[in-house]
Design a protein around this ligand. Structure first.
Ligand SMILES: Cc1cc2nc3c(=O)[nH]c(=O)nc-3n(C[C@H](O)[C@H](O)[C@H](O)COP(=O)(O)O)c2cc1C
Length: 261
């Protein structure tokens, strides 16, 4: 049966987007893209069919699928015995239970998992952890993984197997959002890049210094994209945490982990 390849992904600082595109290249087929990073792209429900295959990819936040995405997926994305590939991208600390949670959410919505993977991306908080990742080697692994999955989907033994991925129950406690201000300094030129890319629509489009702290998920898109480095998280506890975090995780090198039925 001819299958239609679909890519469904959220990527605030673009690392996740790179991995999913390399996996898709390995399939060597045209793919329909659903980039759900911006809020206006998470309004409609999507119903996938039996002859679709969907690669679903999210970044890891506090060892979990970002909370607003798990709610969105459960409410608005439905399958019909649709084959799915689950991918998480994490910042070199750990992916904990995020991959298992992603699989559980989608298998609960009538998708059938055929493969899963955890890749490493430069940490949203700092370029000192996993700098430049996914790098060429990671993307090569992603490409070959896509190729292997596409072959597997056409093989007969897929019907009798169930996908297993790493993770534990109960899931790790996820993000607890204290309302924290992203600071904007006087260098801000109100260019609109941050507000245009904000996944939560939290930055005022006419006054880019004004951020709704109750909407902000601290994905760091605005900080990383700012052309004049006007945005940062400046409060003391965060600075102390980040220093220790860099000490612990900058020298570690983790590699992608792949699972297939
Ligand atoms: C709020 C938040 C929480 C995060 N939690 C984790 C984590 O638990 N483990 C980890 O290794 N990386 C964590 N990261 C890092 C991201 O998972 C990683 O940088 C990822 O590549 C970002 O994907 P993106 O570029 O597609 O936004 C976190 C990042 C943010 C913004």
């Amino acid at each position: 049966m001819k299958r239609n390849l679909n890519l469904l992904y959220f990527s605030a600082t673009d690392t996740t987007a790179k991995v999913i595109k390399s996996i898709a290249k390995g399939f060597n087929e045209d793919a329909k893209e659903y980039n759900i990073t911006l809020p206006e792209n998470r309004i409609k429900s999507l119903n996938f069919k039996k002859n679709d295959i969907v690669i679903i990819e999210v970044p890891v936040y506090a060892g979990r699928v970002p909370g607003f995405l798990s709610e969105y997926f459960s409410a608005k994305i439905h399958g019909n015995n649709t084959y799915a590939v689950f991918i998480v991208v994490y910042g070199n600390r750990a992916y904990d239970d995020a991959l298992l949670e992603l699989k559980d959410i989608f298998e609960g919505n009538s998708f059938i998992g055929v493969a899963g993977g955890a890749f490493i991306g430069e940490h949203s908080y700092t370029e000192k952890i996993a700098a430049g990742r996914p790098n060429e080697g990671d993307l090569d692994i992603a490409y070959k993984f896509g190729w292997d999955i596409s072959k597997k989907i056409n093989s007969i033994d897929i019907f009798s197997k169930r996908l297993k991925v790493k993770g534990n129950y109960p899931y790790r406690k996820g993000m607890v959002y204290e309302p924290v201000m992203i600071d904007t300094d006087e260098n801000c030129i109100n260019c609109g890049i941050c507000s245009m890319h904000c996944p939560m629509g939290a930055i005022n489009k006419t006054d880019n210094k004004s951020i709704d702290i109750f909407k902000c998920i601290r994905c760091c898109s605005c900080i990383k994209r700012c052309p004049v480095n006007a945005k940062d998280i400046n409060y003391d506890l965060h600075k102390i945490f980040l220093k220790e975090f860099i000490n612990t995780y900058s020298a570690v090198r983790l590699e992608p982990e792949l699972f297939i039925v």
